[in-house]
Design a protein around this ligand. Structure first.
Ligand code: NAG
Ligand code: NAG
Ligand code: NAG
Ligand code: NAG
Length: 371
């Protein structure tokens, strides 16, 4: 839409006076047949859009038009006026630079703001110098920002805390709606919407209240939805029982699968070996959720106590240790009993005569020294 051109001129009869003179005459004017009407297009405008105040049923061959803010002929409120005979547009004190008047009496307002909300009056001067007036209305609504859900408690404990979720920011003439997990709100005594539906209270949260929650803000010119919001509900994690595919394994064999038996969700899992954080060797693999540990093949270093620790943001629990035994054969061959006996006897056979001889020598020499 191009606003009509036409520089304002001050050389001609001031429009103000003409309008004033004419408006006094209007008082005695009998009603005309075709009623002048104003149509606002669109009737509900979004901030920033262009709006037309269309003049319908305008009298034939009018002398001029004048648009005013408000509902009265008040020259301090003149937006713009147009004289048909000389094709001249004159802007008034309330012209913001965004308004344009077409030769058919229609007013264009570009990039409307909320301040443009209100009444607009068109005064038409007919060729018999009588006037006709009509008022139109414009309502400009804000373009809704994307709403954001906030919680008054970011660490609520299951069965203990009541959480208030708020859809913000607050904007006037906006209605709100909520969804939980893509469903409209279920009937529940634990859910309560405020009167304006902007806040949702969840009483005594449970881990099933995680969501995600989505809120929607809606006004006459638009709809905007929040990003999904997840409520992190804290709860005591259960002690995780551990299970092994086998607990006594020959070395170099496998696999041995250690697994956590519970399937609590929303927890993180850590493995411990001999009380320390497990260092993953190449032989070891963890499942994607860390709930099973596979060792293949088994090495003798893998013997010991395994624990798994389950935690959420609230707390953590360790399983009792599960002991893994690894068996293996000694590399050095054990000497058999017979061989050992033979050696012992052999040694004795050699040593005995020497001992006897030694004793004899000892006794003999002591005899010699004594006598
Ligand atoms: C124009 O005036 C006639 C007669 O009063 C009326 O029937 C018609 O609805 C009007 N048109 C508009 C667009 O207001
Ligand atoms: C007046 O002229 C403008 C611009 O050409 C047009 O958009 C508008 O529809 C016209 N008004 C009426 C009532 O036809
Ligand atoms: C959140 O609001 C609820 C309801 O008003 C209240 O019971 C609860 O204590 C609030 N939580 C926090 C952390 O302020
Ligand atoms: C909200 O709507 C009412 C009724 O339609 C209206 O009177 C009020 O001016 C509107 N407020 C805003 C800020 O648009």
């Amino acid at each position: 839409m191009e606003p009509p051109a036409g520089p304002a001129s001050t050389r001609h009869v001031p429009w103000n006076r003409l309008v004033l003179a004419v408006s006094l005459l209007t008082f005695w004017t009998p009603p005309t047949t075709a009623q002048l009407t104003i149509e606002t297009v669109p009737p509900r405008a979004a901030e920033g859009s262009d709006v037309l105040l269309l003049a319908h049923n305008v009298t034939k061959n009018p002398l001029g038009y004048a648009w005013f803010r408000g509902e009265t002929v008040d020259h301090s409120q003149l937006i713009t006026s147009y004289r048909v005979d000389i094709n001249v547009t004159t802007n008034g004190p309330t012209h913001s630079g965004r308004e344009a008047l077409y030769p058919n009496g229609t007013l264009l307002i570009q990039s409307v703001t909320q301040k443009d909300t209100g009444s607009y009056m068109l005064l038409v001067t007919k060729n018999d110098l009588q006037t006709e007036r009509q008022t139109g209305h414009l309502h400009v609504y804000p373009v809704l920002p994307r709403p954001i859900i906030t919680s008054n408690n970011s660490n609520p404990w299951e069965h203990e805390d009541t959480v208030v979720l708020t859809c913000g920011p607050e904007t006037q003439n906006t209605s709100y709606m909520w969804w939980i997990s893509n469903q409209s709100l279920p009937k529940s005594t634990r859910l309560e919407l405020s009167e304006d539906k902007r806040t949702l209270t969840v009483f005594n949260v449970t881990r099933k209240d995680t969501g995600p929650y989505v809120c929607e803000a809606r006004n006459p010119v638009g709809i905007s939805r929040s990003d999904p919001f997840t409520l992190d509900v804290l709860y005591p994690v259960a002690r995780p029982p551990l299970q092994a595919s086998n607990t006594t394994v020959p070395e170099h064999e496998g696999p041995v699968v250690l697994s956590r038996l519970t399937d609590e969700t929303g927890v993180s899992i850590r493995w411990l070996f001999k009380g320390q954080s497990l260092l993953l060797a190449d032989r070891m693999t963890l499942s994607s959720d860390n709930s099973t540990l596979t060792i293949d093949p088994i090495s003798r270093e893998d013997a010991g106590g395994y624990q798994c620790e389950v935690s959420n943001r609230g707390n953590s629990r360790k399983s009792g240790p599960l002991r893994l035994r690894v068996t293996w054969q000694e590399n050095a061959r054990a000497l058999d009993v017979g061989a050992i006996t033979g050696i012992v006897i052999g040694v004795l056979l050699v040593l005995m005569p020497l001992a006897v001889l030694g004793c004899f020598i000892f006794l003999h020499s002591s005899c010699l020294t004594r006598y």
